[in-house]
Design a protein around this ligand. Structure first.
Ligand SMILES: Cc1ncc(COP(=O)(O)O)c(C=O)c1O
Length: 374
């Protein structure tokens, strides 16, 4: 897609001239704006940023300063966040399957709030972190979400209460209930269905004298990738907020683990054309980043991106490919774009989540350099 020269494209061109490419440009202002949007739309929900989405230290620091807490999936993430000055008490260890040594290290550091979804995990937690506060994760519908999580994680909702009772018997503190509707959730009803199920379990727990303090509504909040689509977040959050008010007492603490929503829109990836060819009557452009780098989300995250260029003119169907020697490293096959030249910039907005986080050094090609703007 061709775009007009604007202050945004001029600035991107300057940054690439100064820092080279591929370049991931992080905007702290956009990070803060996402936190503000989250708070505004979900006033009862405390955001715990899912560090896995993007663990760049400046991103973590900015979100910490904006008052976010953190969802960590490993001791590595916990240590990274602690090194940046955040106390373990501001984190949740939200991986339901953890090595026993990690549970012990987390507890030693003061991170005692953790999720689980099986009896085996409870036994490990009871042995490695006696008295820990545990949150049971249930399986909920993930229909229409880009990344399906309910096959791999979450107990059957009918098992939640027996597991919490077992946690109590093991000397742990049954503290809450969690779910994840699937990442980039495009069906708002996944949240309303999950909240209904959660309300029933919380009521049953109360009846069994196990009052729960925390409901963790996970991540999944969607972002926009294409300019011609409506932004899906506010309508999704409005439904969640309404259902929370309808279903839960005002003294229930409600937390969430947004990853994509907080960091996705805050990063633009700029790449350059390093080579071109005509194959089967079609232009192929080879870029300096691809599937093994910052666009790894094409594979791991099932992501779809909008590729923008800084040239106008008659467009033609073109293929974009990454720089490695692997045939899999093809970014997009049917892009309408004007003819590009070697050195041209191709850029992708809303590219901050599950992108640089899973980039590799395959073929000896370094991951994109990151610049952070205020
Ligand atoms: C346990 C957990 N919490 C939070 C997230 C973040 O989800 P999202 O980026 O969709 O907000 C994930 C993503 O995989 C997850 O597995």
């Amino acid at each position: 897609m061709a775009v007009k020269t604007t202050s945004k494209t001029r600035r991107l061109r300057d940054l690439v001239r100064r820092h080279g490419s591929p370049l991931a440009v992080v905007s702290k202002a956009l990070l803060r704006r996402q936190v503000e949007r989250f708070r505004c739309a979900l006033p009862r929900v405390e955001p715990f940023f899912a560090v896995k989405a993007n663990s760049h230290p400046e991103i973590v620091k900015t979100l910490a300063q904006a008052g976010c807490n953190f969802d960590v999936a490993s001791v590595g993430e916990m240590e990274l966040v602690r090194r940046l000055g955040v106390k373990a008490q501001r984190m949740i260890f939200a991986n339901t399957i953890k090595p026993a040594e990690s549970i012990a290290s987390a507890a030693k550091a003061g991170l005692t709030l953790m999720t689980f979804d099986s009896e085996y995990e409870l036994d490990k937690i009871a042995a490695a972190a006696p008295g820990a506060r545990v949150i049971v994760r249930i399986k909920v519908p993930n229909v229409g979400s880009m990344v399906e999580l309910s096959l791999k994680f979450g107990c059957d909702p009918t098992d939640a209460l027996p597991l919490l009772i077992k946690a109590h018997k093991l000397g742990l503190r049954p503290t809450g209930l969690s779910f994840h509707v699937g990442s980039q959730c495009t069906r708002n009803e996944n949240y309303s269905d999950a909240l209904e199920i959660a309300a029933i379990i919380l009521r049953d727990a109360q009846l069994k004298q196990l009052p729960l303090e925390i409901l963790d509504i996970g991540g999944g909040f969607p972002i926009r990738h294409f300019d011609d689509e409506p932004d899906p977040f506010e309508s999704c959050a409005a439904l969640v907020s309404r259902e929370i008010d309808r279903l839960f007492d005002s003294n229930l603490r409600i937390i969430a683990e947004p990853g994509r929503f907080l960091v996705g829109p805050a990063v633009t990836l700029a790449m350059r054309v390093i080579g071109k060819a005509i194959r089967d009557n079609k232009h192929w452009y080879y870029l300096d980043d691809g599937v093994y780098g910052s666009l790894s989300g094409l594979i791991f995250d099932h992501a779809k991106y909008q590729y923008k260029v800084m040239r106008n003119g008659r467009t033609q169907l073109s293929t974009l490919a990454g720089p490695t020697c692997d045939g899999l490293d093809v970014i997009a096959r049917g892009e309408e774009m004007p003819e590009l030249e070697v050195g041209d910039i191709v850029y992708v907005e809303n590219c901050g989540a599950y992108s640089t986080a899973s980039a590799t050094w395959f073929n000896g090609l370094p991951p994109a350099k990151v610049v952070v703007l205020p």
